[in-house]
Design a binder for this molecule. Structure first.
Ligand code: 13P
Length: 255
């Protein structure tokens, strides 16, 4: 982290977990544990938990994210939710382009970019996920692939837009596997991402950009990962479902 230059942000991605009543219980446990956080704290909840999450976090330091949004404001897109719908519910952030969306729901660089631009146009902040597969890492194309994803995701965005963008580097091989990237591996790719943004928007914009690491980040390894200059926080899956663990990560990012 480099807090002199940019915000540290810890975001939970609950994925498809927690009914509304379970969400109520989790948030109830979490709020007191993170109330003195010295970093931005976000919970990324399923659509059906948004109402409860927004209501319960009102007046607290915890922000609510959705896990996707469509690029159109309305229309014949069965099963989708739009940015204006999220905005009106009081959602502040939206996670976009998660590898699970890309892998299982045919999300592409192009749709991720369209969704992100729609989110920004509607006053939502975005967490845009990028990351390579194990095959890509072993083939030595990580930098090229991840930076390509970044360029595509930021297509047609202005430097002003970038103030509302967080990039999450999530190597697919580290997600839900318990196999975390080493701090050097994670920081190296976060550094490549920052260079890519600097090439397009200049060093000041790149220096101000929050870049998270995600992939089996937990209460034990968070200190080490967050000690790296280019890792400005975490996007946390499994450990975000346990308030005690999540709050340890928030504490680590609060130092
Ligand atoms: P895990 O922390 O469960 O590996 O998930 C990471 C992730 O995909 C967050 O978006």
């Amino acid at each position: 982290m480099n807090k002199a230059k940019r915000n540290a942000v810890i975001a939970g991605n609950w994925k498809m977990n927690k009914t509304a009543s379970e969400a109520r219980e989790l948030i109830d446990g979490l709020l007191p544990l993170v109330k003195d956080a010295g970093c931005t704290v976000i919970i990324g909840v399923p659509f059906t938990d948004i109402h409860v999450a927004v209501e319960m976090t009102k007046g607290s330091n915890v922000h609510v994210a959705a896990q996707n949004c469509h690029f159109e404001a309305s229309g014949a897109f069965t099963g989708e939710v739009s940015a204006p719908m999220l905005k009106e519910e009081g959602v502040e952030y939206v996670i976009l382009g998660h590898s699970e969306r890309r892998q299982y729901f045919a999300e592409t660089d192009e749709t991720v970019n369209k969704r992100a631009r729609a989110a920004l146009a509607n006053g939502l902040k975005t967490i845009i996920c990028v990351g390579e597969s194990l095959d890509q890492r072993e083939a030595g194309v990580t930098k090229e692939f991840v930076c390509g994803q970044v360029v595509a995701a930021l297509e047609e965005m202005t430097a002003e837009d970038l103030k509302n963008v967080i990039i999450a580097y999530e190597p697919i091989w580290a997600i839900g596997t318990g196999k975390t990237a080493t701090k050097e591996q994670a920081a190296e790719v976060c550094g490549f991402i920052r260079e890519t943004v600097a090439e397009k928007y200049g060093q000041d914009v790149a220096d101000a950009l929050t870049i998270q690491y995600g992939g089996s980040m937990n209460a034990k390894n968070c200190d080490e990962l967050l000690s790296m200059e280019d890792i400005d926080g975490g996007l946390i899956g499994g450990a975000s479902l346990k308030p005690a663990d999540f709050s340890v990560i928030v504490e680590a990012a609060s130092k």
